[in-house]
Design a protein around this ligand. Structure first.
Ligand code: ATP
Length: 501
């Protein structure tokens, strides 16, 4: 299983990479890999809480701090080959004396013929001091692939002598994608103890466990929502498109077996307050999957490589909870400043590249919904085919759409009645967005209540409209700028043209 991680790690050791930073929280898995590549080397292990411990049975050998440990084992590299294994020491990575000692060991390893020591730092947090940047190689243990997960499930069920149909195995395996072998085995154990068997019904349990991992990470957020596709007024093209893709998502295993491409995601660009965020929620509800929100701004860290590591973890987490909708709101803000000068923009450019590669290569069931207002700040690479399945343009709602939005919000407040003259409302709300119409309904309902009227009247609504400054007034220039830049790219309107309705 996963020969590749062991081979790659062994090749780093052979190439005299002096410090290897393994970003992983599953120490059992890391120990297993190190054991398999150690050969004749002695493994000296330091644990942040226990001090020096025996690598083979984890017995504490000596209570000491990291500095004394490094001084103690450093010399051993002259006698025989040594692996210096440091666990959870990320907090010591800004201590000058530790940095100096690690540097010394690393340089001896590279330049002295009679010295052979490789340092492995294992932690779920990547902290790389600038002084060690050139000496550290970051190593990611790849997560098990779909086939490998199937093999894990089969070996688990064989050991327990439980019979599971091949279809159920692949069904369950797909929901495990994004988790480490350790986590897969842990959840299989829970599922087995729960019912004494493993079947496709365990997918719910797997998802619940995955949600726990997400919540604990703080990198991405699981969004609770009530909205569904019928809460969106208009945007018929977009809704139709999503409904088609839902047929694939709801039956993803069969679709993949049939040869259908897994949908990657869409980018929705356009006017503020017109239902872009609403569409992300509606998609998750339609696909019947969790909605995971990624705030790219939160990924930026202060250490070298930290932001990239955060991005990697955030994407891995979204894969862990897949199938899911990954919602990236206001993506243009996150990636603003790409290509400009300065250190901060270098990091942004790297993060952007990392995200694009992930988008391009992804074969998982994470459906990306990226939303943006200002297309002029979106790098052109983003808009190229192959990244997203489709780009949609959300304009201010047309007359029929405004009528639908009005009806939706009135019905939500149980104030819809046939006497409301929607024709005059449509006329008076030209240039309003969905959020404006919602605000009008709110104000009108409040006025009716204060006025002691049971029924909402057209007059209540018209009065509220008069008192509302629509987006076309408040953001006039922004709107014409969005229109202008949108005219230059190949993008699908989210709405059906008024006459088609
Ligand atoms: P922004 O670009 O400012 O984030 P957005 O396009 O994401 O805006 P939403 O957050 O989806 O806008 O909309 C804001 C609110 O306006 C929604 O919660 C909803 O109540 C209402 N709304 C907007 N568009 C529609 C619509 N097409 N149908 C029904 N309600 C809408």
């Amino acid at each position: 299983m996963r020969r590749t991680s062991e081979n790659l790690l062994a090749s780093y050791v052979d190439a005299l990479r002096p410090i290897i930073y393994i970003n992983h929280s599953d120490f059992v898995e890391v120990d297993r890999i190190l054991r398999s590549i150690a050969g004749e080397a002695r493994v000296a292990e330091f644990n942040n809480t226990l001090g020096m411990v025996d690598f083979s049975d984890k017995h504490p050998l000596r209570e000491c701090g990291l500095e004394s440990f490094l001084r103690l084992v450093r010399e051993d590299g002259f006698e025989r080959r040594i692996f210096i294994l440091l666990k959870d020491v990320h907090n010591s990575m800004n201590d000058d004396r530790i940095i100096a000692l690690l540097k010394r060991i690393a340089e001896d390893n590279m330049y002295r013929e009679d010295y052979y020591a490789t340092v492995f730092i294992v932690s779920s947090k990547t902290v790389i001091p600038t002084e060690l940047e050139n000496l550290i190689t970051v190593f990611d243990i790849p997560l098990p692939t779909f086939d490998e997960i199937e093999a894990i499930i089969k070996s688990f069920t064989n050991d327990l002598e439980i019979v599971v149909s091949p279809d159920a195995v692949s069904d369950i395996a797909r929901s495990f994608i994004g988790l480490s072998e350790f986590q897969v085995r842990q959840i299989l154990n829970i599922a087995y103890q729960d019912g004494g068997y493993i079947d496709a019904g365990d997918k719910r349990l797997i998802l619940k466990e995955k949600e726990q991992f997400i919540k604990k990470s703080g990198m991405v957020e699981l969004v609770n929502f009530k909205d569904n596709i019928d809460d969106i007024g208009g945007l018929e093209n977009l809704k139709e498109w999503l409904k088609q893709k839902a047929k694939i998502f709801m039956d993803i295993d069969r679709a993949i077996r049939f040869g259908v491409d897994v949908p990657k995601g869409i980018m929705i660009i356009g006017m503020p307050g017109c239902g872009k965020s609403l569409a992300s929620k509606a998609a998750a509800s339609l696909f019947d999957v969790p909605l995971v929100r990624l705030d790219v701004g939160r990924l930026f860290g202060k250490y070298v490589g930290e932001s990239e590591e955060n991005m990697r973890r955030a994407l891995a987490l979204s894969e862990a909870v897949s199938p899911c909708v990954l919602w990236i709101d206001e993506i243009e803000k996150a990636f603003a400043g790409i290509g400009g000068g300065g250190g901060a923009s270098d990091v942004t450019t790297r993060l952007f590249g990392q995200f694009l590669t992930w988008m391009q290569e992804k074969e998982n069931t994470v459906f990306v919904m990226a939303t943006a207002n200002d297309i002029s700040r979106i790098p052109a690479e983003f808009l190229r085919k192959g990244r997203f399945d489709e780009l949609f343009f959300v304009d201010l709602p047309n007359g029929e759409e405004r009528r639908r939005i009005l009806e939706i919000h009135l019905k939500k407040r149980r104030k819809w009645n046939r006497e409301i003259d929607s024709i005059s409302i449509i006329k008076e709300t030209e240039g309003f967005n969905g959020a404006d119409i919602e605000a009008v309904v709110k104000d009108a309902v409040e006025a009716a209540f204060i006025g002691g009227r049971e029924k909402l009247t057209t007059e209540d609504l018209l009065a509220a409209i008069k008192n509302t400054k629509s987006i076309s007034v408040t953001l006039k220039e922004k709107i014409s700028a969005i229109r202008e830049t949108l005219g230059k790219i190949d993008i699908k309107p989210a709405s059906k043209a008024a006459e088609e309705n």
